[in-house]
Design a protein around this ligand. Structure first.
Ligand code: SAM
Length: 213
């Protein structure tokens, strides 16, 4: 979810600008997709690149590829040793994604899985160093349950949109499935005995989780 605010504009105008590859993905996303605001964009993209550069993960798992913006950012940060398995349920995006990864010179370090993450996660080999969750918010609790066993002890997980536009802490009971699921995810993380976590109030909220057991 992109936040179209003065706040967001200020942040992006004081962040290293996108290069031509990312600009191209950005443009294409706004020209061809129904909900382009789902793209992570320059500030979060650079943050993902930095996180991967700092952690040097060899194996990354991403849930929710969309048009590949975050995938490219993480792959660049994790080069030259990192590899990303990225899962996208919308098969209409497949052709664009494969072309994008090839044009970015990253096709060797990205494996695109087309299908529902809930069905595909149990088929993946455990031992990921970093998991990035950015799929359907209603499935966040399931993504957490299914991806935590795939994360190695000491590995990190990052989940986007965990403040869900402020709805998770607004007074009164949440009346929609998305908010309820994000709240449940945040509760599961905070109470899980095998993880430590911090909720970073960046853009729409990022949950950073470390597996300790
Ligand atoms: C917020 S977008 C991802 C944005 C992308 N990570 C980025 O930063 O540019 C969410 C994506 O998750 C995909 N998605 C939703 N449910 C999914 C599922 N169960 N398995 C895999 N992908 C899913 C959607 O089709 C959509 O493309």
């Amino acid at each position: 979810m992109r936040l179209n605010t003065d706040f967001e504009h200020y942040i992006e105008s004081h962040t290293t600008p996108e290069d031509e590859v990312l600009q191209q993905i950005h443009r294409h996303t706004y020209l061809t997709t129904y909900n382009p605001r789902m793209i992570s964009g320059p500030s979060q993209g650079k943050f993902l690149e930095f996180i991967c550069n700092m952690l040097s993960p060899r194996r990354i798992l991403e849930i929710g590829t969309f048009t590949g913006y975050s995938t490219v950012c993480m792959a660049r940060g994790a080069m030259p040793h990192g590899h990303i398995d990225t899962i996208e349920v919308n098969d209409e995006l497949e052709g664009h994604l494969r072309r994008t990864f090839t044009e970015a010179g990253l096709s060797d370090c990205i494996t695109l899985h087309i299908g529902d993450a809930k069905a595909l996660l149990p088929t993946l080999k455990p031992g990921y160093d970093f998991v990035y969750i950015d799929g359907d918010k209603r499935d966040y609790p399931a993504y957490f349950d299914l991806s935590l066993p795939l994360l190695r002890c000491g590995g990190y997980m990052l989940a986007d949109n965990v403040l869900w536009g402020g709805k998770v802490y607004a007074p009164g009971a949440p009346d929609d499935a998305h908010t309820q699921a994000v709240m449940e995810f945040n509760r599961m993380v905070a109470e899980h005995p095998e993880v430590e976590n911090t909720l970073i109030p960046s853009r729409d909220g990022l949950m950073l989780v470390r597996k300790i057991l």
